[in-house]
Ligand binder design. Structure first.
Ligand code: PBG
Length: 330
């Protein structure tokens, strides 16, 4: 029997050696926590499909934001959930300085703005009575160009609330250019754009739609990408870069790690990934059933997203995982 010529196991023999040669790392600063704030709430309310995640009141959002920053997260992504009577066909509450998202953004910026990156979802679906990410034309179709004007108003309102990064998630063509122009002409040249570049029409947004009390009927297949497509994501990335995106995002993460790696390859700006609600809920459900070791599974998932090339990642586990990582390095 000849001895093996090469022995990769040699580098796996001791924890210190494995640590030395680890290719991907996970640090608290890589983790961005998505948070929901609901109009009219006085107490946080659990979201049934997402155990451990809540719809915040304005006060509980401030407290949770400060705890997450204390845990070391890299940033916060805020989503607003208006009351049904605040929704209309134009999603006007999104651009209203007194609307739930913009008031909550101002709260969070006042609370932790000096210590973290405050980001806002820039979309209409939470604010429209029909639940689509854009305005509808007379035939009920999503009107791309009319939507762009509305996005630009939302961006300016969020900037006035003090946000650092706006994150257009509606997948309208030309959204980055329209938002950049809107921000710049209002003097907000420092507000950065995190462009949802490759956002797929995914079943894994199910629990989120419950979290934001979505009124959507039908689906978003005329604007979100087809899960069958890979090369199209690079095309979207080049367009977003050309339009002035500062950061790119791929969403969901786990079924799209190939897409993430491709987008990282064509991008000269940092690329993030969004580990979405359904990806979170699947793990939490399996843990509750006793099928998975929670901390090991979560750590492996988040590390895999980093390994695929994400500079940062959005995850509902952000604050908790940041705490684990900090605990380990003590
Ligand atoms: C749309 C939006 C969605 C998510 C965030 N913003 C998805 C959608 O309803 O199409 C999903 C986030 C998640 O599932 O965690 N503005």
């Amino acid at each position: 029997m000849p001895f093996p010529e090469s022995r990769p196991r040699r580098l796996r023999t001791r924890p210190a050696l494995r640590r030395l040669v680890a290719e991907a790392s996970l640090e608290p600063r890589h983790l961005v926590l998505p948070m929901f704030v609901a109009e009219g709430r006085t107490e946080p309310a659990p979201i049934p499909g997402m155990p451990g995640v809540v719809q915040h009141s304005r006060a509980s959002l401030r407290r949770a934001a400060s705890e997450a920053v204390e845990a070391g997260v890299g940033g916060l992504m805020i989503f607003g959930v208006p009351e049904p009577q605040s929704k209309d066909a134009l999603g006007s509450a999104g651009a209203d300085a007194d609307g739930i998202l913009n008031t909550a953004l101002a709260d969070v910026v006042a609370e932790v703005g000096a210590d973290t990156v405050v980001m806002a979802d820039l979309c209409l679906d939470e604010f429209t009575d029909h639940g689509h990410c854009g305005l509808l034309d007379a035939n009920g179709r999503v009107d791309n160009d009319a939507t762009l004007e509305q996005y630009s108003l939302l961006a300016v309102a969020q900037a006035e609330a003090g946000v650092h990064v706006v994150a257009p998630s509606g997948m309208m063509d030309g959204q980055v250019a329209a938002i950049r122009a809107g921000l710049d002409s209002a003097g907000h040249t420092e507000v950065a754009i995190l462009a949802y570049t490759a956002k797929y029409a995914s079943a894994f947004y199910g629990p989120f739609r419950e979290a934001v009390a979505s009124t959507l009927r039908g689906d978003r297949r005329t604007y979100q990408q087809d899960p069958a497509n890979r090369r199209e994501a690079s095309r979207e990335a080049l367009l977003d870069l050309d339009e002035g995106a500062d950061l790119l995002l791929v969403k969901p993460a786990l079924s799209y790690l190939d897409v993430l790696t491709d987008v990282v390859g064509v991008s000269d700006v940092p690329v993030g990934a969004y580990n979405v609600s359904g990806e979170y809920s699947m793990v939490e459900a399996a843990v509750r059933a006793g099928y998975l070791d929670r901390r090991a599974a979560v750590t492996e998932i988040l590390t895999s997203i980093r390994r695929a090339g994400a500079a940062f990642l959005l995850t509902y586990w952000a604050a908790e995982a940041a705490g684990w990582i900090r605990g380990d390095s003590k």
